[in-house]
Ligand binder design. Structure first.
Ligand code: GDP
Length: 703
């Protein structure tokens, strides 16, 4: 078998957006117009195509990151046939802030993105967060200002907010005719034509002459666009300065190059719900976003030496390499491992090598997902996005490659969980099943962790927010039939130290036969937030024999896990072992481990250990009349207001608030605002807990 579509005609893209900006609706329109979906399900009817997990439908948000394949020839709405077929793989990205790790892992594997904005709200806090992540991964982008039909919508204001908050490189390639209820048509500034959308679901796209009353605006905005595009190409610039006419083809070609290099970002307009403009966005995906061969080769590292870089090109003749970016449990086929293939080809039934677990994995079947139906495929090629069936032990972020040509593609680093709950099965008999099910969920989601408390035997779940854990518990019930009792959410506090200190412990025991002797001197120093733990051995002249050093480190680490203030793990510190002594007969690993542990506890106390708490970045959007109440409430939660912004008919408040004060905030906000306020929250950093609250945590009053 050979590939069906040349790799140049692949577009691996994601649609990303702030929750409610219209990502689901836009995705559905993509699938409708590309011919995959013939029936459109509105979100509120629970028929959203991408939201194939029952629970997501109920909540109306997309959590999982599935991939869907569809086909498109630019302008096919005019010719009514697919003549220049491109394969578009849509990689679903979750919209809720609790799941930014999922957004990250999808950004890692996609080649380009359509960023959807609400034409009323413009750039919202979360769009900013996702935008920065896309910057980090150098993802070429198109902006789509959606919902232009809504009351209060403004193209120019939304574009201004993109310029102000995200980038000056955004360039409008369209301009709307009318706004709010009058929004019907758009002007294509490149072709200098007006466009309308007629027929069922607006599927007939009709180009016509720009109306007289819009001509001036169109000229003004085309001029702005051309200036930005020609600046990217010297030859074109000279032509333009020489007063020559620049053709649509030249503009498109130069714009394509600039978009792929992340130098320009085209901005388009429309209304997905009212079926206006989406086909032109699909055209733009093909015109401006890259195929896998337009991007630099992917880099990995040697399995045994991180310093050695290895390159793989999007070429079927290179050894196979791919990255698992999503693991999902499917009721029919079991575990689905979504993989982005970067190089080579691979036939089902064969083995791939997982360089992270260092195990071979057999791929029994390969599936290509078309939203709610799946196609069995024999082979996967460079640039493909497919789901593998049959893998036993591959998690998100793992590299799968040819066993004889191994490499590790960049691993994805996920943030520490900030909140935890205790769970137990309602029926004692379900204990084992609960453990196995949680293990599966943990494999799917690297930001979710399950632990068993050594002392109490309790099962503790931790994750990125209350909603995140709610969903896990809900999935236990729905997908695995395990009903649970859930404890109250607990903040994942941490401890750290204020200053440097010196500590010494001589652990000596003389009991009957062989005694115990371990003696260590430690220097303990604080590190910056997020720098982690470092152990340095500076023992010289064998004052402590080499075989006991790992035992000291182990003791130090165990003591750090337990903390010294209120039982939370100590983080971000450097421990230097610089002196000590030993006894020929009585010294043992155990004695040195105990000495290390006791010295650390003593040293951390002397270094002014204190408690850290997770601080969240919060965005609250409310009607203006509730501003006073909402701000008052936030202040009582130790919130710090950073900014309050006026938007058409609403206020947006940006604040930083300790997570411990934010439990059930959504409910409070609803009652404060008669159900009209919305909020979203994201972890920002760990910060020192104020004295009085620290006391409450120590006394266990704060739960
Ligand atoms: P998501 O959260 O980003 O996936 O957004 P959805 O697609 O679920 O849309 C959120 C809400 O906005 C839904 O009630 C949609 O019907 C509505 N919506 C989406 N696109 C438009 C649009 O272009 N115009 C208007 N007026 N509403 C829209």
């Amino acid at each position: 078998m050979s590939r069906q579509y040349p790799i140049e005609k692949y577009r691996n893209i994601g649609i990303i957006a702030h929750i409610d900006a219209g990502k689901t609706t836009t995705t559905e329109r993509f699938l409708f117009y590309t011919g995959i979906s013939h029936k459109i399900g509105e979100v509120h009817e629970g028929e959203a195509i991408m939201d194939w997990m029952e629970q997501e439908r109920e909540r109306g948000i997309t959590i999982t990151s599935a991939a869907t394949t569809c086909f498109w020839s630019p302008g096919e709405y005019l010719t009514k046939e697919k003549t220049d077929t491109h394969r578009i793989n849509l990689i679903d990205t979750p919209g809720h802030i609790d799941f930014t790790a999922e957004v990250q892992r999808s950004l890692r594997v996609l080649d380009g993105a359509v960023v959807v904005f609400d034409g009323v709200a413009g750039v919202e806090a979360q769009s900013e967060t996702v935008w920065r992540q896309a910057d980090k991964y150098n993802v070429p982008r198109i902006c789509f200002i959606n919902k232009l039909d809504r009351m209060g919508a403004s193209f120019e204001k939304s574009l201004q907010s993109i310029w102000d908050k995200l980038t000056k490189d955004a360039v409008a390639i369209q301009y709307p005719i009318g706004e709010e209820a009058q929004f019907e048509q758009v002007i294509d500034l490149i072709e200098m034509k007006a466009v309308k959308f007629e027929g069922e679901m607006g599927k007939d796209v009709i180009f016509f002459d720009i109306p007289e009353n819009m001509m001036e605006k169109a000229k003004e905005w085309r001029e702005k666009m051309i200036e930005k595009i020609v600046a990217e190409d010297e030859e074109l610039m000279n032509k333009y300065l020489g007063g020559e006419e620049i053709s649509a083809e030249e503009l498109k070609k130069t714009l394509r190059k600039a978009v792929i290099d992340c130098k320009l970002i085209p901005v388009m307009v429309g209304s997905s719900l009212k079926n206006k403009g989406v086909q032109l966005v699909i055209d733009a995906v093909v015109y401006y976003l890259p195929s896998p061969v337009d991007l630099p080769a992917i880099h990995g590292t040697d399995v045994n030496n991180e310093e050695v870089k290895i390159e793989r090109h999007p070429d079927d003749n290179e050894p196979f390499s791919g990255l698992a970016f999503k693991v999902a449990t499917d009721p029919f086929v079991g575990t689905l491992t979504y993989v982005r293939a970067y190089s080579g080809k691979f036939t089902k039934g064969g083995y791939l090598y997982n360089t992270v677990t260092q195990e071979r994995e057999r791929v029994s079947r390969i599936l290509r997902m078309h939203s709610n139906e799946r196609e069995e495929v024999e082979e996967v090629f460079a640039g493909d996005i497919v789901a593998f069936v049959g893998l036993k032990n591959t998690s998100t972020g793992h590299t799968l490659c040819d066993e004889k040509n191994q490499l590790i593609l960049e691993k994805i680093v996920f943030p520490e969980p900030v909140i935890s709950i205790q769970v137990e099965p309602k029926a004692k008999a379900d204990q084992e099943k609960m453990g196995a099910s949680l293990k599966k969920l943990q494999d799917e989601d690297p930001t979710f962790r399950m632990e068993t408390d050594q002392e109490s035997g309790e099962t503790i779940l931790s994750g990125m927010g209350e909603l995140h854990l709610d969903i896990i518990v809900d999935r236990l019930k729905r997908e695995f039939n395990v009903e649970t009792n859930v404890g109250r959410p607990q903040v994942s506090y941490r401890e750290t130290i204020e200053r440097s200190s010196e500590a010494e412990c001589k652990y000596v025991k003389q009991t009957g036969g062989r005694g115990q002797y371990g003696h260590v001197k430690l220097k303990i120093e604080p590190k910056e937030r997020g720098e982690g733990f470092e152990f340095i051995n500076e023992i010289k002249g064998g004052v402590i024999p080499r075989e006991y050093i790992p035992a000291v480190e182990k003791g130090v680490k165990e003591a750090m896990e337990k903390g010294v203030v209120a039982g939370y793990p100590l983080i971000d510190m450097k421990v230097v072992l610089h002196d000590g002594s030993f006894h020929e007969v009585d010294s043992s690993e155990l004695a040195f481990k105990i000495a290390g542990s006791m010295a650390l506890q003593d040293g951390a106390k002397k270094a002014g250990a204190y408690i850290l708490e997770p601080i969240m970045k919060l965005e609250v959007v409310i009607p203006p009349e509730f501003l006073g109440d909402v701000i008052g409430d936030l202040s009582s939660r130790r919130g710090q207001i950073d900014e309050t912004i006026d938007r058409p008919s609403v206020k947006a408040i940006y604040a930083r608030v300790p997570l411990s004060e934010m439990f059930s905030y959504a409910t409070t906000l609803r009652s404060l605002t008669q159900g009209r306020g919305t909020s979203s929250m994201e972890f920002e950093s760990y910060q020192k807990v104020p004295g009085n609250i620290s006391q409450e945590i120590i006394e266990g009053k704060r739960r």
